[in-house]
Design a protein around this ligand. Structure first.
Ligand SMILES: NC(=O)c1ccc[n+]([C@@H]2O[C@H](COP(=O)([O-])OP(=O)(O)OC[C@H]3O[C@@H](n4cnc5c(N)ncnc54)[C@H](OP(=O)(O)O)[C@@H]3O)[C@@H](O)[C@H]2O)c1
Length: 234
């Protein structure tokens, strides 16, 4: 499937995996609406991919009102969104009993409420045109529980159920929802992972190429739920 001139919203575009995905989208001449929470990083990114990034939006996804106002701003611009990539993530490493209500709300907003609300809005156009792709970035934490990661694991498990259900509801309309669930990746977030060898972590360049080649598949065969691990742990 040729992705040229498709319009894609991507959250977490300034992150280690997000920027690699942008690079692959740019190689495929996709028009990109890039979201991040740091204006300086977004400006730098837009400069680097000036031929492909058509808009940037600075939005703290831990705030539900900001999520809704950003969705409205994008909606008002009447872009025909073809692809949505929910890549932003917040990894909180903390004792379960020490997690505050504020941290629960913020983390859940970034990791599950934002994908839910963005998908709910932009799936309408995909359904209408009978073609669309929603990409959710899960984690090994979508399948396993880990100590001191209760919030993150809970949200990533929810994202798995979300992606599966959206896929079931919309596949008949040509809209495919995917969840890619990697183990540790060589990014800023990966550096928070304790007791593992960072050098063995998954290369975000390789992962992003895999994601884009998967969503380009447009025949009867569909790969909707993918666990990605590394061979070498030492
Ligand atoms: N790294 C790993 O080991 C690993 C493993 C499995 C799954 N994942 C998943 O992979 C995805 C990408 O993460 P990454 O590895 O690329 O980590 P990263 O380099 O830390 O990037 C995370 C991205 O999310 C954005 N973000 C975080 N909190 C946000 C908020 N409140 N509002 C808006 N944006 C926010 C960050 O913005 P800033 O650039 O401004 O910080 C950044 O763009 C995430 O969904 C993560 O859960 C990561």
């Amino acid at each position: 499937m040729n992705l040229k001139n498709k319009i894609c919203i991507i959250t977490g575009s300034t992150g280690g995996l997000g920027e690699e995905i942008i690079d692959k989208l740019a190689n495929n001449q996709v028009k990109i609406i890039a979201l991040g929470k740091n204006q300086k990083k977004l400006i730098k990114l837009k400069k680097k991919y000036k031929n492909n990034i058509i808009e940037t939006f600075c939005c703290d996804l831990s705030n539900q009102k900001r999520i809704l106002s950003t969705i409205k701003t994008i909606k008002d611009k009447k872009y025909n969104i073809d692809i949505l990539i929910n890549c932003a993530g917040n990894f909180l490493v903390k004792d379960f009993q020490k997690i505050s209500i504020k941290e629960i709300n913020k983390n859940i907003n970034v990791n599950i409420i934002a994908p839910f609300l963005f998908s709910k809005e932009f799936i309408s156009n995909m359904k209408k045109q009978k073609w669309g792709r929603i990409v959710n970035i899960g984690s090994s934490s979508s399948y396993f529980g880990f100590a001191k990661s209760v919030l993150y694991c809970s949200a990533k498990h929810a994202l798995l159920g979300f992606s599966r259900s959206v896929n079931e509801e919309f596949k008949k309309h040509g809209v495919r929802s995917y969840i890619f669930s990697p183990g540790s990746i060589k990014t800023k977030m990966g550096k928070l992972v304790k007791n593992q060898n960072y050098q063995t972590f998954i290369d975000p360049n390789e992962l992003s190429s895999f994601i884009i080649s998967t969503i380009k598949q447009n025949n009867n065969m569909v790969t909707e739920e993918i666990k990605i691990n590394r061979i070498n742990y030492n």
